[in-house]
Design a protein around this ligand. Structure first.
Ligand code: SAM
Length: 377
């Protein structure tokens, strides 16, 4: 399996999926008992998700009157709201695959003179969705893509993303839209040990992937299918010795749960996140006008590598053993010098990272990386 998992894996999965009874975890908080009834009421002073690297994003876009933007990852609308405040009469197309985010977009639109136009769908569907609003190719001034999950998704136990909060092992960003899409539980209970190891190693960059996959298969065959996040975190932790577990640290040298990388891997796989990113970027290139601006925030090296390669015109499926510099030199030789049209002008050659004080205010920003570029033609 290459870095970007193929439709073969999905076909394989869907053949073997053991559909679990849909578990509805009901909390007394903001969520109601069934996904389709989830609703959030937005109050203007409430921050459901702190927008990451907001000042850098606004500085880069420097939004102007009458411009048209697309927020590919609307979430709680933190970035969009601030862009809209920068100048009069900006139109913001707000895409998100999570219907809850779209609910927020509808509510926030009222606060911004109906300048937010919600688009429900995935990155890969953006051209079609814009077409329905007569937004053509080469027409948009700015696109923001703030990849990954929102705090609303991560912090809601019922969505099944959280290691620390127990809930059904779900992890689908858009379960309401496509209830047939396999959950994380479907994946861990259906796939072979070898496939699980590949997913965990590829998408989690986890060097203990084989041991973790073995632990999952042993547990589910000896005991029962894995159904909750807590149960899954426990099964993963069983693959680590006490010494290995103590060595797990994040970028700030703080202890992290041994299942962190495995959770990331599963989430990426379940939501087909890397393929979506590639398809989204390719469509954005067509939608932006020449001189249009693209800002992409990513949260792990797999995503950042894709964005970097995309902006530099390098094939994403190339082996990672070659450095970007080597790859660029090789492309030049193969294509006959520098004849390949350069599509993007990168604004910061080095990726931007959040300031230390931003990370203290919002620890979730700690692994953020911002790349900005202008479409040349
Ligand atoms: C990090 S949050 C964005 C937060 C937002 N910038 C804010 O300030 O509130 C990422 C959002 O992107 C959405 N998302 C992730 N992948 C997506 C995809 N392939 N297509 C559409 N939306 C996606 C998620 O559902 C989530 O709401």
């Amino acid at each position: 399996m290459g870095l970007l998992h193929t439709s073969r894996m999905f076909t394989y999965m869907s053949r073997q999926i053991v559909r679990l009874p849909f578990m509805q975890y009901c909390s007394s908080g903001i969520l109601s008992s069934t996904p389709s009834q989830r609703r959030l009421t937005v109050h203007s002073n409430e921050q459901l998700h702190i927008p990451v690297m907001l000042d850098d994003v606004l500085d880069f876009f420097s939004p102007e009157k009458n411009q048209v933007y697309i927020d590919m990852t609307f979430g709680a609308g933190g970035h969009s709201s601030e862009i809209l405040k920068c100048a009069e009469n900006i139109t913001m197309y707000a895409l998100d695959r999570d219907p809850l985010a779209l609910d927020i977009a509808k509510q926030l639109s009222g606060l911004h003179g109906n300048r937010i136009i919600p688009l429900e769908g995935k990155f890969s569907e953006i051209t079609r969705l814009l077409d329905q609003h007569d937004v053509g190719l080469n027409s948009v001034d700015g696109v923001l893509l703030d990849a990954g999950c929102s705090s609303m998704q991560m912090d809601t136990a019922e969505r099944g993303f959280s290691i620390s909060k127990d809930g059904p092992l779900d992890m689908r960003m858009d379960s309401d839209r496509d209830p047939k899409q396999p959950t994380a539980a479907d994946v861990v209970n259906a796939l072979s040990e070898a496939d699980l190891a590949k997913i965990i190693r590829t998408y989690g960059e986890e060097k203990h992937a084989r041991k973790i996959a073995r632990s999952i298969v042993e547990y589910r065959t000896t005991w029962q299918p894995i159904t909750t996040t807590k149960e899954f975190a426990y099964v993963v932790s069983c693959a680590f010795s006490h010494r290995e577990a103590k060595k797990q640290k994040d970028k700030l040298r703080r202890p992290v749960h041994t299942a962190t990388k495995t959770f990331q891997a599963l989430r990426i796989f379940v939501n087909n996140e890397l393929n979506e990113l590639v398809m989204g970027l390719e469509q954005v290139e067509k939608i932006l006008k020449p001189g249009g601006k693209l800002a992409v925030i990513t949260f792990h090296s797999l995503e950042d590598r894709i964005v970097k390669r995309f902006l530099r015109g390098i094939d994403y499926s190339e082996k990672y053993s070659m450095s970007i510099g080597e790859k660029m030199r090789e492309n030049r030789t193969r294509d006959g010098d520098d004849n390949r049209p350069q599509r993007w002008k990168e604004i910061n050659k080095k990726v931007l990272e959040p300031l230390e004080e931003d990370i203290i205010d919002n620890p979730r920003a700690r692994s953020a990386k911002l790349r900005t570029a202008v479409k040349i033609h």
